[in-house]
Design a protein around this ligand. Structure first.
Ligand code: UD1
Ligand code: UDP
Length: 366
């Protein structure tokens, strides 16, 4: 069985690491994975570093498509992926999450009648202004196998009338978190390099287009982080989109008290997350990782796809109001539960491969 896996953005390299490792563990079983990198993320610290650190095979194809508007980027990916799929003739196209790379791969595969397996199916923010919400709804609609990380994602699909091909497999990011838990402990030197004490700093990230591309929203986050930094160190590994927008909107100076660093590797990020007193973020993956490591999280959005983190008391949604951010960091007061495990048992990748192997859509084509 041949799987063509399409990735393009930072979180997808991390998610793909779980499944790619499980494929390697089954070598000799006739299972082949061909990795395609669309090129959406291309800086070393947004791409190569993850392949090196997480032991993922180099992509067989790198389409080098990045930038431009959503339409231009997705359109160029669609055209290039169609050629790859025609050449490779896979039994499955495997896609992750909700980026433009996900959408392009889903469209290209469906037009060629190649079955699609969508990892992280069924997530919803119910905010159709987010490009990710559009991408994930279309990807789900076109997928044969909907590989859901949580009960909530299964319920979302059921409400939309989708039950065929829907499976609860757990969260692949949890697989990766468990696998690399010890390796990350060896990255402790990073804290002293940055002058940080364990549990003595706030870790922040910000990259959502809905925030970064709106000067008022971005200013809210900037002022909130600057206020928090008056009382304790704040470290901000900065996404290239955010750096560009801070410069464009003349907001960089207002972050003077915040320690801005380049994006870091996965293991460095895990070290920062585990040792942070509080995490302030708009990232989907980081909300979950905060929960994995039981670090309180303040999310600068009005809604989240990862509702379990909020229900369990580890995450609060505050939007981009600076005062609300400061208040939430100072008193993250809610009942934090330790007895819930909504993201599976760390074996999502093997469940995914088992489902791909036995599904009639794939066996018919072999
Ligand atoms: C994308 C995803 C988002 C995901 C995020 C993960 C879409 C619509 N959005 O957002 O869902 O949460 O990735 O990080 O697919 N850039 C660089 N170097 C890079 C990558 C990006 O300079 O290596 C800059 C470019 O100017 C680019 C901009 O960042 O135009 C935005 O990148 P893009 O991939 O379009 O969106 P993200 O904000 O990264
Ligand atoms: N991450 C990283 N280095 C960074 C910032 C994030 O390795 O400097 C990791 C983080 O630990 C998580 C993933 O990238 O595993 C989240 O990606 P991102 O926030 O870009 O996207 P999202 O999850 O919101 O789609």
């Amino acid at each position: 069985m041949k799987i063509v896996t399409v990735v393009g953005a930072r979180p997808q390299f991390i998610k793909a690491a779980a499944v790619s490792r499980a494929v390697l563990a089954r070598s000799g079983s006739g299972l082949v994975e061909v990795l395609v990198h669309t090129g959406q993320h291309y800086d070393k610290m947004m791409s190569d570093v993850f392949f090196e650190e997480l032991g993922i095979n180099a992509p067989a194809h790198n389409l080098a498509i990045a930038g431009g508007g959503h339409g231009a980027m997705t359109g160029r990916m669609l055209e290039a992926l169609e050629r790859v799929f025609i050449d490779e003739r896979p039994d499955w196209v495997l896609i992750y999450g909700d980026t433009n790379s996900t959408l392009a791969a889903a469209l290209a595969a469906s037009k060629l009648h190649i079955p699609i397996a969508h990892v992280e199916a069924g997530l919803r923010s119910f905010n159709m202004r987010m490009p990710e919400e559009v991408n994930r709804i279309v990807a789900d609609r076109l997928s044969t196998l909907l590989l859901c990380p949580t009960e909530a994602s299964i319920s979302n699909l059921r409400r939309e009338g989708v039950t065929d091909g829907v499976h609860l497999v757990g969260d692949v990011m949890y697989d990766v978190a468990l696998h690399f838990a010890h390796a990350a402990d060896e990255h402790h030197a990073l804290l002293s390099q940055l002058g940080l004490r364990p549990k003595g700093f706030v870790l922040a990230t910000c990259h959502r287009a809905e925030t970064t591309d709106d000067p008022a929203q971005l200013a809210g986050v900037v002022d909130g982080l600057a206020d928090i930094a008056r009382h304790q160190p704040v470290v901000l590994p900065i996404h290239p989109r955010t750096r560009a927008k801070l410069t464009e909107f003349g907001l960089m100076d207002r972050l003077a008290g915040v320690q801005l660093i380049e994006p870091v590797s996965y293991l460095d990020m895990v070290t920062l997350e585990k040792n942070a007193a509080v995490i302030v973020t708009d990232s989907g993956g980081i909300q979950k990782e905060a929960f994995f490591y039981r670090v309180p999280c303040v999310t600068t959005r009005r809604e989240t796809e990862w509702v379990e983190t909020v229900d369990a008391g580890w995450n609060v949604l505050v939007g981009t109001d600076s005062k609300a951010m400061v208040a939430a960091v100072e008193s993250h007061a809610s009942q934090q539960r330790f007895d819930v495990q909504p993201y599976g048992d760390g074996d999502a990748a093997n469940r995914i491969l088992d489902l791909l192997r036995v599904h009639p859509a794939a066996t018919r084509r072999q």
